[in-house]
Ligand binder design. Sequence first.
Ligand SMILES: C[S@@+](CC[C@H](N)C(=O)[O-])C[C@H]1O[C@@H](n2cnc3c(N)ncnc32)[C@H](O)[C@@H]1O
Ligand code: SF4
Length: 449
Amino acid sequence: MVKGILEKYDRLVPRYTSYPTAPQFHAGVDGSMYRDWLTSLPEDMPLSLYVHVPFCDTMCWFCGCNTKIINRYSPVEAYLETLLREIDLIADILGPKRTVDHIHWGGGSPTILRPDHIRRLAGALHNRFSFAPDAEFAVEIDPRDLGDDSLRALAESGVTRASLGVQDVNGQVQRAVNRIQPVDVTRHVIDTLRSLGVDRINVDLMYGLPYQTVEGMKNNVDTVLTMQPDRLSLFGYAHVPWMKTHQKKIPDEALPGRDGRHDMMMTAAGGLMAQGYRWIGLDHFAREDDAMTRALDAGELHRNFQGYTTDPCPALIGLGASSIGSLPQGYIQNHTPVRTWRAAIEAGEPGIAKGVQLNDDDRLRRAIIERLMCDLKVDVKAVCEAYGCTPETLIPAFDALKPMEPDGVCTIDGWTVTIPEHARILMRTVAAMFDKYLAPDAQRHSRAV
Ligand SMILES: C[S@@+](CC[C@H](N)C(=O)[O-])C[C@H]1O[C@@H](n2cnc3c(N)ncnc32)[C@H](O)[C@@H]1O
Ligand code: SF4
């Protein structure tokens, strides 16, 4: 990609893990509406569960996740108690035991839970939901200070996929972001998980961190590939210090600029692809024989709050403070302050803070944006036909895309929009043209590159 073009299109754009995006959520969607939405789900519709654990031992200065640093265990224990009540509350609203196909524990660091509490949480989910025989049960893992007993608890609880945060293996980078993680620690966790039968392994890497270099990115990829993960994520550091004030501890002058970020990302991506991984969507890589690669080839890849997923399920139930759910009727988000979320659960009500109800136009645009973000290509007419409408309402989006064509950011052929491989990293900017709510620069998102 020509660097001048990158500069022109490096706008603040959403990541489109939902559409409408989070700034459209409002308090008009509340607990009683959520109850109605849950009770009207068809009984045979399989569900996905997302459980959020918003605690960590130490703060990584780059962190953009919803988490809190604690130096005592009691808040985690109290949180678990509320989570168990929430599981009962939601399962009671849903009625007869429902089948779940996908379970994901994220954070924060779910592995902050003690082994007996990992078992209790998983036990409660097994008790109130019926896990499909081939259900995927994924857990985000912070490998630091993690005992083998925790890994055993995860394996015995039925976890099938582990997603480990690594970010960067270089000591200077690790010190600058307050995350010291020797490679041997990561390797031990992966080896132990595999020996326990948890053999689907994802690794998170980041580019754009302080003091990172292109050479360092090569080393990150080479080092991580010795552990042979099935999938990797390569996240561009989203520097949003106005929202995440701890990011101010990262010295601005140590951060790579736009071109540096781009070079690092392309170096890492090139290294991964040279070793047989396929670049998927914005920031994922998977082996050729991986389920995610197969889903991509079949046009069945999806995007949700956890990023890219093979999960086609239309009903994702969020559990825990700040978690976001996605139902056929719309999106819902729990209260972020644990105290507010807990007060609702203790009063016997879902802890919903806000959400957004989908209309037909939202569903149509969501489908178009999802295909662009997954396939880098969308036949807008075909999507419109599937939604029982004609594509003419989307002419303004095409008008906005046309000036981008000569810059090589997209091609338009009739009603089909394609993002060329060299413009992959600008896919959010192309998708944004179909976002009805996006007022230019009115919302503060992270940079595209
Ligand atoms: C919840 S964490 C993963 C589990 C665990 N907490 C850990 O860090 O090892 C999710 C991932 O988000 C990514 N991440 C966190 N903050 C980010 C930011 N500001 N920009 C981009 N990616 C970020 C990191 O790659 C991190 O591994
Ligand atoms: S990156 Fe992971 S471990 Fe670090 S603070 Fe964020 S959630 Fe916690």
